[in-house]
Ligand binder design. Structure first.
Ligand code: CO8
Length: 258
C-alpha cells in the first residue's frame, strides 16, 4: 500500500517504519496513525518480516498528537469517535517485536507511541515528555499509566504535572529506555538489535512478548505461573529441540518457527 505520512522499507527480515511529517515534527494526525497501524499490521502478516523498528527524524520521533487537528473537537466528538483508542489497540495487538528508535522530541502521544513499542532505544538527543498539561488536557494513551509503571510515581507525576522534558540520560536512568546511543548511530543500532531478534525463533519471540506484557497486567504469582506454563509449552516446539541441540553441538541454531 502507498503511504503519504510514513516510509516503510523491508530489508533483512526487518521492517523499518519512518514517521514522515517533517513540517509538523511528525505530529500524529489521523492519517499518520491510520497509515502506521496499517503498516504495522502488514508487517505482522508478512512472512519476510521478523522484527519492526519505528523511527522518526533527527529532530523528532513525534512531537505528540496533532494539536491543529484536535483543537476544535468537542467532548461529544472525541468520546463518540473514541479518540486514539484504535491506535492504542491496534499497536498493542501486533505480535512481532517492535523497537522504537527515538531521536529528538518524543512528546505527548509521541512518548506514548514509543512506550507502546516493546522497547525504546534512544539517541543522545532524545527528549521525552508528557506536556499535555500545558494544553489544558492530560495524556491520552498511556502517559499517566504506562509511564508510571516504567519510571515510578514520582517521576511520572513530575513529568505529567510540570510538562518538562526529560533527556536521554535521565530516561535511561529512570528505566524508560533500554539504551542510549550516539544520534548518528541510532537507526544502525536499532536495526542491528532488530536483526538479532530476527534470528531467534518467532515462537520464542511471541512468547517473550506475551510473558513480559503479562507482568504489567497481573500479580507476581499469577505472572510466574503464566511464565512457567509458557516455558513448559516451549518443549512442544521443534525450535526448542533445535536450539538446545545446536548449543550442545557447538553450532548456530537454525530455527524454523515450528
Ligand atoms: N501538533 C501539531 N503541530 C505541531 C506539533 C503538534 N503536536 N508539534 C509541533 N508542531 C508544528 C508546529 O506548529 C510548527 O508548525 P509551523 O511551522 O507550521 O508553525 C512545526 O511543527 C515546528 O514546530 P515549532 O516551530 O514549535 O518547533 P520548535 O523547535 O520551536 O519547538 C517543540 C519544538 C518544543 C516540540 C514544540 O513544537 C512543541 O512544544 N510542540 C508541541 C508538543 C506537545 O504539546 N505535544 C503534546 C500534544 S497533545 C498529545 O499528544 C495528546 C496525546 C493523546 C494521545 C495521542 C495518541 C497518538
Amino acid at each position: 500500500m502507498a503511504f503519504e505520512t510514513i516510509i516503510v522499507e523491508v530489508e533483512d527480515h526487518v521492517a523499518l517504519i519512518r514517521l514522515n511529517r517533517p513540517d509538523a515534527l511528525n505530529a500524529l494526525n489521523t492519517q499518520l496513525l491510520g497509515e502506521l497501524c496499517t503498516a504495522l499490521e502488514e508487517a505482522d502478516g508478512n512472512d519476510k518480516v521478523r522484527c519492526i523498528v519505528i523511527t522518526g527524524s533527527d529532530k523528532a520521533f513525534a512531537a505528540g498528537a496533532d494539536i491543529r487537528e484536535m483543537s476544535q473537537k468537542t467532548y461529544v466528538e472525541v468520546y463518540s469517535e473514541n479518540l486514539f483508542a484504535a491506535a492504542n489497540d491496534r499497536v498493542s495487538a501486533i505480535r512481532k517485536p517492535i523497537i522504537a528508535a527515538v531521536a529528538g522530541y518524543a512528546l505527548g502521544g509521541g512518548c506514548e507511541l514509543a512506550m507502546l513499542c516493546d522497547f525504546i532505544i534512544a539517541a543522545d538527543t532524545a527528549k521525552f515528555g508528557q506536556p499535555e498539561i500545558n494544553l489544558g488536557v492530560i495524556a491520552g494513551i498511556g502517559g499517566t499509566q504506562r509511564l508510571t509503571r516504567l519510571v515510578g510515581k514520582s517521576k511520572s507525576m513530575d513529568l505529567n504535572l510540570t510538562g518538562r522534558f526529560m533527556d536521554a540520560e535521565e530516561a535511561e536512568r529512570a528505566g524508560l529506555v533500554s539504551r542510549v546511543v550516539p544520534a548518528k548511530k541510532l537507526v544502525e543500532e536499532a536495526l542491528s538489535a532488530a536483526q538479532k531478534i530476527a534470528e531467534k525463533s518467532m515462537i520464542s519471540a511471541y512468547a517473550v512478548k506475551e510473558a513480559v506484557n503479562r507482568s504489567y497486567e497481573t500479580t507476581l504469582s499469577e505472572g510466574l505461573l503464566f511464565e512457567r506454563r509458557v516455558f513448559h509449552s516451549m518443549f512442544a516446539t521443534e525450535d526448542q529441540k533445535e536450539g538446545m541441540a545446536a548449543f550442545l553441538e557447538k553450532r548456530a541454531a537454525q530455527f524454523r518457527d515450528k
